[in-house]
Design a protein around this ligand. Structure first.
Ligand code: F6P
Length: 550
């Protein structure tokens, strides 16, 4: 028992029961589990909204699942979930509510923070975004010279970039193809340079996306973008009002930067950066896909929110996925988790999930500030199939590591794919199913030998199999399905944080680097203060200055 009255996770009887069960499971192979239950492939499935989830290829039995649900009950996952939905300040280290779910709540919902219903405010901002998006899309919003806006450049970083940048790619087939969208995040000037070099400033809108409006990368890029714009438009400062809007919680800083706060789209401190692209942070996406499609996406999120809130534990998909991750981390020593979408449009999906998962659950002290002695968040990685198959899948199949993987695919190709490309979709999906099959069942030495492989090569050509995967299949990649997928992962991350007893909603671990960068910058530019640095950093700074010609 710790000071706050919660038994340490790995001292609970539920944890011990899982440990014992793991021992009993030993090396039981998925081949055996499937042989013992002919219905397993249909039984271990869930339908959540439009998502069909197959978890049959996991190293679990009914007993494992029961014990994992008991762990969830013992660690108060449902109670914390309900507290989150009620608007309680479950982000304790920042003393904030966690209410991204309110961003997609219907207009008539009531969600209170400090006694105030936040839903009307959410919809007021959505309405303002809608009106603005319509003006840009129709060409009615004109720039300083009277030309309509044709290019939209979102400047932000982390949650103020990854969400809209990812969703723009995912929903590209729904976007206004006559508009150009670019996303700038890196403080490396090359990012902004490449984004604007072929654009006409008179037709370009900059969306400065920053929750705090103090993030150095974003403010630096925004300042440079303003210089580029004024350069191109003859230096008239009044041009800024027509070409810059802000997405932020910080009206004061937005005003200080010189953006008219009438052109600011607000959100709130109860929205975490990595949970924010369904807030005003999604403005670039709304302009791209249109307000109606954006609403469909929000409704997709909401559908899974309701599922997470109401589905019983046995049929609760985020709970299940979260618990499976806990199982592999704790009892199989899995260090990483691969997310492998079989859709070109999901090329940035895993990068988005990296922030969502790793910034949320990359923690090593519990809510009470004690060091944890169990594994927390995994390294999340992956790229779209089939590319990965010709690169790193070798290690997943035959390496020494346990890497649970999510395979995400769609039954139909996107609507606007030309007819001569349609047949490729079946080939793509054949690869998808083949990989999960190969990972689960492998190929035994006997099977290899039966193919006439010489003895000395049998071990090399054997596939151990028994690699756990989740399959997530949807009919089509729509805005709603994207919302459902993201909400599924958001709540999965929530479940894991709740079980591990960590605060999934702070991110103190990013602070130190920011502070040190501020101290090092003058050493690089002016050469002063190197003696305050450790000998490695001081030497590197000196070497850098020499090579930079200073
Ligand atoms: O430094 C990390 C972080 O705070 C993320 O959590 C956030 O998404 C990102 O920086 C950007 O922050 P902001 O939107 O305030 O510019």
């Amino acid at each position: 028992m710790n000071a706050q009255g919660r038994t340490r996770l790995n001292q609970t009887p539920e944890w011990a029961a899982l440990g014992k069960h793991r021992e009993q499971l030993g090396d039981t192979h998925l081949r055996e589990l499937f042989a013992a239950d002919a219905a397993r492939g249909g039984r271990y499935t869930l339908q959540v909204g439009d998502l069909y989830l197959d978890y049959s290829k996991h190293l679990v039995t009914d007993e494992t699942l029961r014990l994992l649900r008991e762990l969830a009950a013992a660690t108060g996952v449902a109670e914390l979930r309900d507290a989150m939905f009620r608007g309680e300040k479950i982000n304790t280290t920042e003393d904030r509510a966690v209410l991204h779910t309110a961003l997609r709540a219907p207009r008539d919902a009531v969600v209170e923070v400090d006694g105030e219903n936040v839903v009307p405010g959410v919809h007021a901002v959505l309405d303002k975004m809608r009106a603005f998006s319509d003006r840009i899309r129709s060409g009615r919003w004109t720039g300083h010279t009277g030309k309509p806006i044709r290019n939209v450049v979102n400047i932000g970083i982390g949650g103020s970039d990854l969400g809209p940048a990812m969703a723009y790619e995912v929903l590209r087939s729904y976007t206004a193809r006559d508009l150009t969208f670019r996303f700038v995040s890196n403080v490396d000037g090359a990012d902004l340079h490449e984004a604007v070099r072929d654009l006409d400033p008179a037709e370009t809108l900059f969306i400065i996306a920053s929750k705090t409006f103090t993030t150095i990368e974003t403010i630096t890029n925004a300042t440079s973008a303003r210089a580029w714009l004024l350069d191109g438009l003859g230096g008239d400062e009044s041009a800024v009002a027509k070409h810059f809007v802000a997405l932020s919680t910080n009206a004061e800083k937005v005003g200080e930067f010189g953006i008219d706060t009438a052109n600011m789209f607000e959100f709130w401190d109860w929205v975490g950066g990595r949970y924010s692209y369904d807030s005003a942070i999604g403005l670039s996406l709304m302009i791209a896909i249109g307000p109606d499609r954006f609403r469909e996406m929000l409704d997709g999120f909401h559908r899974v929110d309701e599922h997470f809130r109401n589905a019983p534990p046995e049929a609760n998909a985020p709970l299940l996925l979260g618990l499976l991750g806990v199982w592999y981390g704790a009892f199989f020593d899995a260090q990483s988790h691969a997310v492998l979408p079989y859709s070109h449009y999901l090329s940035k999906f895993t990068a988005y999930l990296q922030q969502l998962d790793m910034e949320s659950n990359g923690k090593s002290v519990d809510r009470q500030g004690h060091r944890v002695d169990w594994q927390t968040g995994p390294v999340v990685w992956g790229t779209p199939g089939t590319n990965g198959q010709h690169a790193y899948y070798q290690l997943i199949h035959q390496g020494t590591k346990v890497i649970p993987a999510d395979f995400i695919g769609f039954a139909k190709p996107v609507d606007d794919l030309p007819h001569f490309l349609l047949a490729q979709h079946d080939l793509l999906m054949a690869n998808f199913f083949a990989q999960t099959q190969a990972l689960a069942f492998g190929k035994t030495p006997e099977e290899v030998r039966a193919e006439g492989v010489p003895d000395e090569l049998v071990a090399h050509k054997t596939f151990r199999g028994n690699h756990p995967t989740t399959t997530i299949l949807a009919e089509e990649l729509t805005p709603s399905v994207l919302g459902q997928l993201i909400a599924l992962y958001e709540h999965k991350v929530f479940v894991q944080g709740a079980v591990w007893n960590i605060d999934s909603f702070d991110q103190w671990g990013v602070e130190l680097g920011k502070v040190l960068a501020k101290k090092i910058e003058p050493v690089l530019t002016e050469g002063a203060g190197g003696d305050q640095l450790d000998s490695s950093t001081a030497t590197l700074a000196a070497e850098y200055r020499t090579r930079r010609g200073r």
